[in-house]
Design a protein. Structure first.
Length: 127
């Protein structure tokens, strides 16, 4: 994910990210999905007492097997449900442009990439 998108997430939810967070290992297309999930989780954290809320921080966000993975140091059942919903949604969102992925097609790189048809064509032209 581009640095400016990472910076926006860190600025808007400063207490959500673990000090030693491993990073954002995904493409820009999922920024809105990650932003909305982070807002929801941050809202839950605000309802917790200060001494407990710091236990609930994001340690890594990445793309794995064409889907979003959102790892936290600790999470509540409500947080886990939100994470699961977002991770499932990620399979239908292009990792490059954020648009709908469209019908799933067999692809030798399907375990690595989640691209809409247009982004897949562009990628093949560039390569």
């Amino acid at each position: 994910m581009r640095q400016e998108l990472q910076d926006k997430l860190r600025a808007d939810f400063p207490d959500l990210w673990a000090e030693r967070m491993d990073g954002f290992w995904c493409s820009d297309g999922w920024h809105d999905l990650i932003y909305n999930l982070s807002k929801q989780i941050n809202d839950i954290r605000k309802t917790l007492t200060n001494d407990v809320s710091s236990n609930y921080q994001v340690v890594q966000i990445k793309d794995k097997f064409s889907g979003l993975r959102y790892y936290m140091s600790s999470s509540t059942p409500e947080m886990n449900e939100l994470i699961s919903i977002a991770e499932n949604k990620s399979y239908d969102i292009c990792g490059a442009c954020g648009g709908e992925k469209g019908p799933r097609r067999p692809n030798e790189n399907a375990w690595k990439e989640n691209l809409c048809q247009n982004c897949e064509i562009i990628k093949n032209i560039i390569e």
